[in-house]
Design a protein around this ligand. Sequence first.
Ligand code: FES
Ligand code: FES
Length: 164
Amino acid sequence: MRNGMSQDLLSLAFTLNGETVSVRVEPHRTLLWLLREHFDLIGAKEGCGVGECGGCTVLLDGQAVNACLVLAGKVDGADVLTVEGLGGPEALHPLQRWFVEKHAVQCGFCTPGMLLSAKALLDRNPQPSREEIRVAIAGNLCRCTGYDAIVDAVYAASREAIRP
Ligand code: FES
Ligand code: FES
């Protein structure tokens, strides 16, 4: 019986935060489960589990996705970026640094997802308007900051990026 179960496992190989990884996983698992439970990358949060809160946002081939809604099998051959791959204490990404500068982090639960939605925006539109920033993070709920500080942080990061 155990063998029968193992034959149902999916074999996946993909790029995770710049490194090639491989894993065998049950087909019903989500990308969020894979990240948190298998790879111990706990930046992506499980808030609602049904695609409503954005706490689980990661980049899949450069697109911001709700990892709670993506079946693990979808990442085979793909490129996945989580907040751990964006930057860390020793080398903050400009978005992370501006989130700190602008006091855009309170409890921080929403922050990893906000950062990745913002990165996806800046990658396709390096100089967004404040309205475009609001649209880009519309799927990321924050119960703490009221959004103004977050929009300020993304705006500041985008303008810094174009400085010589
Ligand atoms: S946990 Fe995925 S959108 Fe809420
Ligand atoms: S900082 Fe707490 S939910 Fe956004």
